[in-house]
Design a protein around this ligand. Sequence first.
Ligand code: CMP
Length: 137
Amino acid sequence: MEKTFAIIKPDAVAKNQIGDILAVTEGAGFKIRAMQMTHMTRKQAEGFYAVHKERPFFGELVEFMTEGPCVLLCLEREDAVVKWRETMGATNPANAAEGTIRKRFAESVGRNCVHGSDSAENAAIELAYFFAGNTLS
Ligand code: CMP
């Protein structure tokens, strides 16, 4: 079993899509091992996305991720990192496959409704960034 880190982003929370996205998530075989709603501070968002700080969209990304509450998730299943990225679909919903979360719910490459770690190493780093050890089962 493997864990990955996911976020239901502020656009999807504002549109009341938490339940629909969690239903797809559980339907794809993921166990929800930790879940927390939070309204990220600017400092948290800048730290989380620090790897993108030289990108032209960094300011827009931080604004978006702090505009309202989001849902932080620890998801578990076999091959969780790869399977969650398949379940989400491509970063740009215009390129996302039919049936994926981003194809169904995302508005644009910037406002793309969910996040997922891109490797097992980053999943461990991202889970530790938001969840204290004792909140992960
Ligand atoms: P995420 O998987 O959370 O990780 C980085 C985020 O940067 C990505 O989702 C998008 O929301 C955002 N992003 C990537 N490319 C662009 C872009 N060209 N314009 C705006 N935002 C982007």
